[in-house]
Design a protein. Structure first.
Ligand SMILES: [Mg+2]
Length: 101
């Protein structure tokens, strides 16, 4: 099961307390936009490096974890875990020789 460390939670909670949900929503939109541009530049146009793409993936994940904490960390992580298990089932179905773990 994925979890957030107490240090991560403390930082995310303080950021939300300082700047609020509307600011977070704006950051999510901004970071997703940056990710989409970087993804297109990396895969289709060779106009950014893998490091640039990694940077934008990390930015999106940070905003998503901050939102997950706001919505309920346990609930979001449980749903995420269910979806990962479902993905594993689909992979196993598509490739019967594949085994988890
Ligand atoms: Mg960014």
């Amino acid at each position: 099961m994925l979890t957030l460390s107490s240090d991560q939670k403390k930082i995310y909670q303080e950021a939300t307390a300082l700047w609020g949900v509307e600011f977070l929503r704006g950051m999510i939109h901004e970071e997703y936009g940056e990710y989409l541009v970087a993804e297109n530049h990396y895969f289709n146009r060779n106009r950014c490096t893998e490091d640039d793409l990694v940077e934008e993936v990390a930015d999106v994940m940070v905003t998503m974890f901050q939102l997950a904490l706001l919505l309920g960390e346990t609930e979001v992580l449980e749903v995420m875990q269910r979806k990962i298990v479902r993905l594993g089932e689909r992979v196993a179905q598509a490739n019967p020789q594949w085994k988890e773990g």
